[in-house]
Write a protein of this length. Structure first.
Length: 113
């Protein structure tokens, strides 16, 4: 299954990530800033920022693959094109790709004849 990469990121000096999202509808520079105000383990680990505007959140996750892989689950609250994606760092943890989840294929669509 092919990954749909919609962003490329690098580590920021503040311990987060900075990079660009590029889709058919969006092309923006964003930052993932560490959330220093976490009140619980369920709170987001990062705030997604466009300039000084908070536009989403990201949570630390671990994959179920072998070997397990650390990634960020990213949600961006755009009223026209909300994004739910995963940020996968490279092996060195210096760069990362923002990837859309695999499409769920509906084989029982209106094509039944």
């Amino acid at each position: 299954m092919r990954r749909r990469i919609i962003g490329r990121f690098k580590r920021s000096k503040q311990g987060g990530w900075e990079g660009e999202i590029s889709t058919l509808a969006i092309q923006r520079q964003i930052r993932l800033v560490p959330n220093d105000d976490r009140v619980s383990d369920r709170a987001p680990s990062f705030r997604v920022m466009l300039g000084w505007h908070h536009i989403g959140d990201a949570w630390e996750r671990t994959s179920h693959s072998e070997p397990p892989r650390e990634y960020l689950r990213v949600r961006i609250d755009d009223p026209f094109y909300p994004i739910s994606a995963m940020l996968f760092p490279d092996a060195e943890g210096l760069t990362a790709h923002l990837v859309l989840p695999p499409e769920r294929t509906n084989f029982h669509s209106d094509t039944a004849g």
